[in-house]
Design a protein around this ligand. Structure first.
Ligand code: ZN
Length: 425
């Protein structure tokens, strides 16, 4: 297990924080530091066609070691860390044989990782945890994923008796600022499907995410001296306020879970003359998603009708932009790619936890670019902050799952990959 720890530590101690305010790719020059190191390492362990392009996207190939033709599969992870919390000077702490009690991350600053608050810790009693020193994030998101993919490839190279088809691996920059898939060359990658190793706790397997849109609604007003305003003033802030009140009750992020969609008002800025309201729309169901967008349009029309006479022209305007879609639409027609991952987990003693993502992943963008791409656990918890930790045993399980998926893909009969009844449209 020590080689997993060493490899992981060698990655997280390189700062790769991405920068949403930058327009370059990668968004921060420091991401090159780890990118170059990874390229070298991939060559060293014996992968072939190791490439890095001018935007720091890394790809490599493990050639097939069998005669028959089987699907080419890929494993993908991102090497940047979130700009939400510092990733500079990460000093990983190794907690061996975790006793189920509080872990003091930083004595001087009294920062404690406690199972009283983070109950998930208790399922890792007796295991080896890697934590922060309380002053930075850890970067298990997603350097755990990179560790697992590299180690699994190394294992397959060192154990050539394990049969597998061609395996592609891809490491990307800038996932945390939503751009990881933007410059991913799906054609060059050349896999039939892939998995992002970017989920959280051991067992997670995800292939459903939100359909997402953003709406910007602009309300116009008319400013008049308040003393002479009767029948003349139109206060755009109050119209926006009415609009928000008219949104369906109980459909906010804080009141929903599972497959429940929502409207989320996240920005409001106004004066009497003009108020701009920004909200996001989320729903797993494509039909309900479209209905939600229609509702916004209808509410805007209703306000325009109400003020038509007084204002003369439309008083409100909505700009609605789709952001990403549910990968389920692209994955269900090839559902066997999820079934293989589920079976692989069961065969290595991991209980699959299949649940819808309340957000998006790089995999959903890749799925719409033609590379169906479910998400598998990387093992970490409490991403994007100082309480982030990862059990080494979970990383080992992820490695086992990758190896098993490679094996199962080479031994499955893909002439009849999935029963017809499971196929959607
Ligand atoms: Zn991630």
């Amino acid at each position: 297990m020590q080689h997993i720890i060493d490899r992981f530590v060698s990655y997280v101690t390189v700062d790769t924080e991405s920068d949403p305010n930058s327009e370059t790719t990668p968004s921060s020059a420091k991401q090159w530091d780890l990118a170059h190191k990874l390229v070298e390492e991939l060559q060293q362990i014996g992968l072939q066609d190791v490439t890095i392009d001018d935007k720091a996207y890394i790809m490599a190939t493990l050639p097939s070691n069998i005669d028959k033709k089987v699907p080419t599969i890929g494993f993908i992870a991102h090497f940047d860390t979130t700009p939400d919390f510092t990733g500079a000077n990460v000093k990983p702490q190794i907690v061996r044989n975790y006793d189920g009690k509080d872990i003091v991350l930083n004595e001087a600053q009294n920062i404690v990782l406690s199972p009283k608050y983070f109950k998930d810790l208790l399922q890792y009693k007796g295991q080896t945890l890697i934590t922060t020193d309380g002053t930075t994030l850890l970067g298990a998101d997603d350097k755990a994923g990179i560790t697992e993919i590299v180690t699994a490839m190394e294992f397959l190279i060192q154990n050539p008796e394990i049969q597998h088809g061609t395996i592609k691996i891809g490491f990307t920059p800038d996932e945390e600022i939503g751009r990881g898939a933007h410059h991913f060359d799906v054609e060059k990658f050349g896999a039939d499907w892939a998995y992002t190793m970017d989920g959280s706790q051991v067992g997670e397997l995800e292939y459903e995410n939100f359909n997402a849109a953003g709406a910007k609604i602009t309300f116009k007003g008319k400013s008049v001296h308040p003393g002479y305003a009767k029948g003349k003033m139109i206060n755009s802030m109050l119209i926006a306020n009415d609009f928000i009140s008219d949104l369906p009750k109980g459909e906010t992020p804080q009141e929903t879970r599972g497959y429940e969609g929502f409207f989320h008002v996240h920005h409001l800025k106004g004066s009497i003359e003009e108020t701009v309201l920004e909200l996001i729309i989320r729903d797993h169901s494509k039909k309900k998603f479209e209905k939600r967008k229609e509702l916004i349009e209808k509410m805007v029309q209703k306000i325009n009708k109400k003020f038509a006479k007084q204002f003369g022209e439309p008083i409100a305007k909505a700009e609605i932009k789709d952001q990403y879609y549910n990968m389920k639409e692209k994955v269900l027609p090839v559902k066997h790619i999820v079934d293989i991952a589920e079976e692989a987990m069961k065969q290595v003693g991991v209980k699959p936890i299949i649940k819808p993502i309340r957000g998006g992943t790089d995999g959903c963008q890749l799925s719409y670019k033609g590379l169906p791409c479910p998400n598998i656990f990387a093992g970490g918890h409490n991403f994007h902050g100082k309480y982030e930790y990862v059990p080494v045993e979970s990383m080992q399980k992820a490695i086992d799952v990758i190896v098993k998926i490679a094996q199962l893909t080479s031994s499955t009969d893909f002439e009849n990959p999935a029963p017809k009844s499971r196929r959607k449209r």
